[in-house]
Write a protein that binds this ligand. Structure first.
Ligand SMILES: Nc1ncnc2c1ncn2[C@@H]1O[C@H](COP(=O)(O)OP(=O)(O)OP(=O)(O)O)[C@@H](O)[C@H]1O
Ligand SMILES: [Mg+2]
Length: 274
């Protein structure tokens, strides 16, 4: 299968500080990749470089076969229209209703006048409604977004991203502001909706337990370096502790300890062992 996203030697410096020190990763359609690592590891920087919310300092990002790092203007917008984004703080327009917020996902597919006047075709309205219905929000479509609970807001965020018909979904800490029950609903729906559509998802999480539970692939980042890339069953408790060394409190809710073989690092063949 052809990779949808190829990252090669990705570097990002903020002044003299190197936040990403050369990352190589390939992503494939249908993957649900969860990036874990302690605060400051470079997870957000990695995700933001992919859609050029941040300009990388070096390396290559190939999405749909095009070099994201050197695109600008119309071409960059066109590429971005195929990348859905989900944010920790939802980024909805609070005073605007749920269905309109969802329809905003179509803006990248419309011309200036259509978007200015909100001239969404009926097919878009129907799709927006169907998506909202699928996440259990059919009754809320005319409510202002700021009248929803956090979990409901994030489900609107997911619907908005899916309205783009993206080939890639990037989610930066989508459940960090939610209680555990809402977090579970959001992760269940995100995974289900992406899987159904064969969309590649890259999700930043700090909760190791959620990563193990939902990921088809876990990616561990520590101080700007890739330190794990493999199936969740190989992401042992020892491995997690090593990545979060000194910052174990950030690993999320405590789980019963899963013991790895002492001193042995197990990696899924086919994935880069780093
Ligand atoms: N705009 C910036 N200017 C300077 N340093 C930055 C900037 N953005 C991030 N950094 C630094 O780069 C490093 C990586 O930051 P990043 O936000 O990518 O980490 P993260 O893994 O997402 O952390 P968190 O779990 O706290 O969200 C951190 O040390 C951070 O302080
Ligand atoms: Mg972050």
């Amino acid at each position: 299968m052809e990779a949808i996203l190829k990252i090669r030697g990705l570097r990002k410096s903020y002044g003299p500080f190197e936040a990403l020190k050369g990352i190589d990763l390939d992503f494939y359609p249908g993957e649900f990749a969860v990036v874990v690592g302690p605060s400051g590891a470079g997870k957000s920087t990695l995700i933001r470089c992919v859609n050029r919310m941040i300009d990388p300092s070096g390396g290559e990002i190939l999405f749909n076969g095009m070099h994201m790092e050197s695109l600008g203007g119309t071409q960059l917008r066109k590429q971005r229209s195929q990348i859905g984004m989900i944010f920790q703080h939802y980024n909805l327009i609070g005073r605007t209703n749920v269905i309109k917020n969802t329809l905003h996902g179509r803006l990248g597919h419309m011309n200036f006048f259509q978007s200015l006047l909100g001239l969404y075709p009926d097919t878009d309205r129907e799709r927006a409604f169907n998506l909202l219905e699928e996440v259990g929000l059919a009754e809320q479509i005319y409510k202002r977004a700021d009248a929803l609970s956090g979990g409901q807001m994030q489900r609107v965020g997911i619907c908005r991203a899916l309205m783009q018909e993206p080939r890639l979904l990037l989610a930066d800490e989508p459940i960090a502001s939610l209680d555990p029950k809402s977090a579970e609903i959001v992760m269940d729906q995100l995974k289900h909706l992406a899987e159904e559509r064969g969309i590649c998802c890259i999700v930043n999480l700090h909760q190791v337990d959620f990563a193990r539970r939902y990921a088809s692939r876990v990616i561990g980042v520590k101080q700007g370096i890739l330190v794990f890339d493999g199936r969740p069953e190989f992401f042992t408790e020892d491995m997690a502790r090593n990545i979060y060394e000194g910052k174990e409190a950030q690993m999320g809710d405590k789980r019963p300890e899963i013991k790895g073989m002492p001193g042995e690092a197990v990696y899924e063949p086919g994935y880069a062992a780093v």
